[in-house]
Design a binder for this molecule. Structure first.
Ligand code: SF4
Ligand code: SF4
Length: 80
C-alpha cells in the first residue's frame, strides 16, 4: 500500500515538545517517551498541515509535498 502524504520528522531539529502528537486526531503519531514517532502514515489527511503549523522547531515535512496550498483547507474535518 502506498500513501503519498504523511509527515516526516527531522529528529535532529525536533525538541520533543509533543505538539504534533497532541494535535493529530488521526492516530498518525505515537510517543516513545517524549519522542514522536510516525506509526500510521495512512491516517494522515492529504494536504493537512496541522502538525507542521504547530511545530516550533520546523521539524516536520511531508512526503509528497510540492509546496502547493490546497484551496479551502485540506478537508480533514477540523483537525487542523
Ligand atoms: S498533517 Fe494533519 S492528519 Fe497528518 S499527522 Fe499532521 S495533524 Fe495529523
Ligand atoms: S511538534 Fe515538532 S518539535 Fe514538537 S515533538 Fe513534534 S516534531 Fe518535535
Amino acid at each position: 500500500m502506498s500513501k503519498n502524504w504523511y509527515p516526516i520528522i527531522n529528529e535532529e531539529n525536533c525538541i520533543e515538545c509533543g505538539a504534533c502528537f497532541n494535535k493529530c486526531s488521526h492516530g498518525v503519531y505515537k510517543l516513545e517517551g517524549t519522542k514522536p514517532v510516525v506509526v500510521y502514515n495512512e491516517g494522515c489527511v492529504q494536504g493537512c498541515r496541522g502538525c507542521q503549523s504547530l511545530c516550533p522547531a520546523e521539524a516536520i515535512q511531508y512526503a509528497g509535498d510540492t509546496g502547493e496550498k490546497k484551496a479551502g483547507g485540506c478537508g480533514c474535518g477540523g483537525c487542523c
